[in-house]
Each structure stands twice: as structure tokens, then as C-alpha cells.
Design a protein around this ligand. Structure first.
Ligand SMILES: *[C@@H]1O[C@H](CO)[C@@H](O)[C@H](O)[C@H]1NC(C)=O
Ligand SMILES: *[C@@H]1O[C@H](CO)[C@@H](O)[C@H](O)[C@H]1NC(C)=O
Ligand SMILES: *[C@@H]1O[C@H](CO)[C@@H](O)[C@H](O)[C@H]1NC(C)=O
Length: 373
């Protein structure tokens, strides 16, 4: 396009007075127009600049808070003493130098594979960044989960665990310590291979994150399978009136997780004097937590279980047990307190379910448990 300014300069060189006047007039008008255009441009330019600045400042929030440090490798090779010591470190500065999205650590204590893995895969789908998974299985197990599974590569270095032995609690502490190394983990859930979720991820996430309590089942039980398991040698650190019982399947926050792995007073008493028919896994946390951190404990677990058939082990559920009614009963058939108010959401997880129940659990998951948005 022709430049109006250079055209005006050419006209201004016309010799006649009339042409001169016209040229001056033209100069004046084009100058005015030019001024107006420049003025308008400048205004919109400064407006654009402000908008760009606004966007710029939003974008720069992120560079000034860099991504969280990657969680340490699960294959760190640390001995238990070293691992517990490292995990017991808490930052003195309360603000995080990165944008911390709190995650839930789902810790699976298993013998072999996570048998209900396909159900959990479905449960976690679409919630990346809000959870971490840790699996502690027997060292003799050498299978691995398929690459597409959320469990793939999430096994920690485990040691042998015997039912009822104090080494079961050692395994729980090992799981907690590994999960604590990731600063984003805020809530910690202990599960077995036979556990299932009763609600979808978003419901479980907010129920745990918004809870003002920890969920470590703890009660005083007279008789042989309660107080009868106490040993006088545990005194004076632990006295009979402080002895508690409860399920090992807990849901706890970061502070309590930290206290548990750092306990060098009460846990050694269990390691030394709780053997045979003492069952440390049913007494250590219920006793320790009620003695030291009782006020913030709900004293109940969020893991549903059925003891109604009696015996040392709770009921196992198979394919034909899985109905819509049964699932609804576990989800909302009880009454309890949550953050000081009455609720019928008392259980978020349930056990014990067999591999043979998997297909029906998968079938009911979308309609009853609201999996898949
Ligand atoms: C473990 O691996 C070895 C060979 O690598 C195999 O012979 C053995 O059967 C495996 N054990 C299990 C429990 O899968
Ligand atoms: C749980 O028990 C402790 C005592 O160990 C008590 O202080 C606390 O209030 C109890 N929690 C609830 C929710 O009742
Ligand atoms: C999760 O389940 C609840 C009901 O428990 C439902 O209201 C909610 O929409 C579900 N969330 C998603 C993301 O599907």
C-alpha cells in the first residue's frame, strides 16, 4: 500500500499557491488523521500490554513455584534403620517451595499379587496426581503386575511377614516410611490384597482429606483375646489399663504416620515382649495411638469387615455373595460420627474378597459404587 505521508510530501512540492494551500490543508488533515490513528493505536497497544501483562503474571506463578521434586526411587536400597530415619525428617519451613497437591498413599500389604488389581485399576482411573501406590509383598513372590496397571513398578523392598508376628508391624512401618519420602503424600491408607474400595476415588479422597480425625481402631477388651494378651514385662512403659485392641487396617494423616515410624519408646516393647499369642498387629497401633495421640483418633476403622461367623479370621466373600444389596449395606448400612456430625458413610473400604468375586465386583462398580464418571 502507498504510504500517505510520502504522497503528501510529493504534493507539497507543487509550485502554485492554490496547490500550496491544498497541500497545506492536506498536510494538516493527514497529520490530524495520523495523530488520531497513532493515539488510537497507542491506547489499544497499552490495553494489549496490560492484558498481556496480566496473562504473563499468571503464567509466571508456575515458574516461581517449580514442580515438586520427583518421589525417591522405590529401589533406594536403604536398610530399615536408614529408611525410617530419613522418613522421620520433617521440614522446619511450613510453606512448600512448589505447588503441593496433597496425595493419598494407598499401601498394600500382601503375600503375593494384588489379586483384585483390575478393580483398583478402575478405581484409580482418571485420578493421576492425587494418589501414590506402594506394595509390600512377601520376598518369595516374584511375579509382577502388567505394565498398564497402576501397580506396575510400585513394589517396595519387603521382608518376610508372618500372620500375627511383630514383623507385620515392621512391614507396615516400612510401607509408611517409603510413602513418607514423597512430600506430597498427606493421607495414608493400609490395605490388603483382599480389600476393595466401596466408593469412587473422588468421594474417598475428600472424605479422608477433610477428616479432622485419624482412623485407627482402638478399644479396651476384657478377656483372653483382649487384655489377656498383655504381658507384665511391658510395664512400666505400657500398663494394662493402657492396653488396647483394634484392626490393623488404618487410615491416618501425615503427622501420625511420622510419629509411628519415629516411635523408639513403645514399639521396642512390642518387639521384645509381644510374641506368640500376643498379636502385635492388633495391639501396637491401637495402644500407641490411644496413649499418645488419642484426642485426634476416631477410634474406629474405615475398613468394613464381618466377624459374625466367629473364629480367628473374618468372613471371606465369594462370587455369589456379591449383590447390589450387600454392597449397599457395606456402603451405608451403619451409623457413626464424622467431623462431629452423624453420617451413614462409616466405611470406605471392605474386606475380605476373593479373586472369584472380581467379575461381579467389576460389574457392580459403575452402578453401585459410581466408578467411571
Ligand atoms: C520365580 O522365578 C523363578 C525363575 O526365575 C521360577 O522358577 C519360579 O517358579 C518363580 N517363582 C514364582 C513363585 O513365581
Ligand atoms: C478416642 O479415644 C481417645 C482416648 O484414647 C479419646 O480421647 C478420644 O476422644 C476418642 N475419640 C472419639 C472421636 O471419641
Ligand atoms: C462419585 O460418587 C458420588 C456418589 O458417591 C457421586 O455423586 C459422584 O458424582 C461420583 N464422582 C465421579 C467423579 O464420578
Amino acid at each position: 500500500m502507498k504510504n500517505p505521508l510520502s504522497a503528501a510530501v510529493k504534493r507539497a512540492s507543487f509550485p502554485s499557491p492554490m496547490a500550496n494551500l491544498l497541500a497545506h490543508l492536506f498536510f494538516f488533515i493527514s497529520g490530524l488523521t495520523f495523530g488520531i490513528i497513532i493515539c488510537f493505536h497507542f491506547k489499544s497497544f497499552s490495553f494489549n500490554l496490560q492484558v498481556t501483562n496480566g496473562q504473563f503474571s499468571i503464567i509466571t506463578e508456575q515458574p516461581s513455584s517449580p514442580p515438586p521434586p520427583p518421589p525417591p526411587s522405590l529401589m533406594h536400597g536403604m536398610r530399615d534403620e536408614e529408611l525410617l530415619w530419613k522418613a522421620s525428617m520433617a521440614p522446619k519451613i511450613q510453606e512448600f517451595p512448589f505447588k503441593r497437591v496433597p496425595k493419598i498413599a494407598f499401601m498394600f500389604l500382601t503375600k503375593g499379587p494384588v489379586v483384585l488389581a483390575p478393580l483398583w485399576d478402575r478405581f484409580f482411573k482418571g485420578s493421576q496426581g492425587l494418589y501414590s501406590i506402594y506394595v509390600h509383598s512377601d520376598p518369595s513372590f516374584n511375579g509382577s503386575e502388567p505394565e498398564g496397571s497402576v501397580f506396575y513398578g510400585r513394589r517396595i523392598a519387603g521382608k518376610e511377614v508372618q500372620w500375627g508376628n511383630v514383623n507385620m508391624v515392621e512391614a507396615e512401618r516400612r510401607l509408611l516410611a517409603n510413602a513418607l519420602l514423597d512430600f506430597s503424600n498427606q493421607y495414608f491408607v493400609l490395605l490388603s490384597e483382599s480389600c476393595i474400595p466401596l466408593y469412587n476415588f473422588s468421594t474417598i479422597y475428600s472424605h479422608l482429606m477433610e477428616s479432622s480425625h485419624n482412623f485407627v481402631e482402638s478399644y479396651d477388651l476384657p478377656g483372653p483375646v483382649g487384655r489377656g494378651r498383655y504381658s507384665q514385662e511391658m510395664g512400666p512403659t505400657i500398663t494394662l489399663d493402657k492396653w488396647r485392641k483394634g484392626s490393623q487396617w488404618f487410615q491416618i494423616d501425615r503427622n501420625l504416620a511420622m510419629e509411628i515410624i519415629s516411635d523408639k519408646t513403645y514399639f521396642p516393647v512390642f518387639q521384645n515382649y509381644c510374641s506368640g499369642s500376643c498379636y502385635a498387629d492388633e495391639h501396637y497401633l491401637p495402644t500407641f495411638v490411644s496413649m499418645k495421640f488419642g484426642e485426634r483418633n476416631a477410634n474406629r476403622t474405615l475398613t468394613w469387615v464381618d466377624w459374625s461367623r466367629g473364629g480367628p479370621h473374618p468372613s471371606k466373600f465369594i462370587r455369589t455373595d456379591i449383590t447390589k444389596e450387600f454392597l449397599e449395606k457395606m456402603r451405608s448400612g451403619s451409623s457413626c460420627e464424622y467431623n462431629g456430625a452423624k453420617t451413614n458413610i462409616c466405611f470406605l473400604f471392605a474386606r475380605k474378597f476373593t479373586l472369584n468375586a472380581l467379575d461381579r465386583l467389576l460389574r457392580f462398580a459403575p452402578s453401585v459404587m459410581h466408578f467411571d464418571n
